[in-house]
Design a protein. Structure first.
Length: 280
């Protein structure tokens, strides 16, 4: 009975959040698509410079990862940012960012667009503008094989369990709201969730589909625990700062093109992300 109560409580906790997010996304889409009649400073700037500056998080497996040995960037949004620049007829410049600094980086004009699978959280949508979604992911739990504390999803929210999240990711506010008995541990660089888990300082950490693939593809110690039913599915999109509807329209139209012409599906297959692609 306790197990069912936990799962049902989580479902109730996020039904309202999901509905609010869907409503906000619809409103945003309605204002994003028409180009503004007034000034379009970002569009004018990138055309004048001949370069589009794209913020990425260079530690996002499958999305925008910098290989520590070669320093080469690889991932879905590395490929798609190159396609975006090509469609615009511009050069491409990648700018290192993170989920923790995303809003500040865009508002300070460190980059023109963020292209690293940015979750459409309500608090981000208040301060940024988003394209239509192109990916979506639920939350997954990662533990160690043979872990005696957390073996099933229902073991997570129990007294004495330490649950890690990466600071600044969408898992942080979601799990802060969901956990009633377990202890939430916010991990900030240079520490990593997997290092904390392997050291025994946490019992489990929460992540999304792309990051879970990093661990399962590159190590034999990790075990994935999927929620028994949808827990908190979040759409991912590209983000820009407010104030330039014409630039937002350029970004949004690009997403629509790659959804229709097969470029999104092809890139997702190359990087093992086909299960989370959104084509509309």
């Amino acid at each position: 009975m306790r197990t069912h109560s936990f799962v049902e409580r989580l479902r109730r906790t996020f039904i309202a959040s999901a509905a609010a997010l869907a409503t906000a996304a619809a409103v945003m889409a309605g204002v994003a698509l028409p180009a503004a009649a007034g000034a379009n400073p970002v569009l004018e700037r990138v055309r004048a410079a001949g370069t589009v500056r794209v913020c990425i998080w260079p530690d996002y497996y499958g999305i925008s990862l910098r290989n520590p040995r070669t320093q080469q960037l690889v991932g879905l949004d590395i490929d798609l940012s190159a396609e975006f620049a090509r469609d615009l007829g511009l050069k491409l410049q990648h700018v290192d960012s993170s989920f923790a600094t995303l809003i500040a980086d865009l508002q300070a004009d460190r980059c023109d667009v963020a292209m690293f699978a940015v979750g459409m959280l309500p608090q981000r949508m208040e301060r940024l503008r988003f394209s239509r979604p192109y990916l979506q992911s639920d939350i997954y739990a990662i533990t160690t094989k043979g872990n005696r504390v957390v073996q099933r999803w229902e073991d997570i929210d129990k007294p004495g369990v330490a649950v890690a999240v990466q600071a600044g990711t969408f898992m942080e506010p979601v799990m802060a709201a969901a956990l009633k008995q377990a202890r939430l541990v916010r991990v900030t660089p240079p520490a990593t969730r997997e290092r904390e888990l392997e050291a025994g300082r946490v019992d489990v950490f929460m992540t999304d589909f792309p990051y879970s693939r990093r661990l399962l593809d590159n190590g034999d110690w990790a075990a994935l625990i999927a929620p028994p039913q949808p827990f908190h599915v979040l759409p991912y999109a590209y983000a820009v700062k407010p104030g330039d509807a014409a630039w937002l329209a350029q970004v949004d139209e690009f997403v629509g093109r790659i959804q229709r012409d097969g470029r999104l599906e092809a890139a997702a297959r190359r990087h093992g992300l086909a299960p989370i692609v959104r084509l509309k």
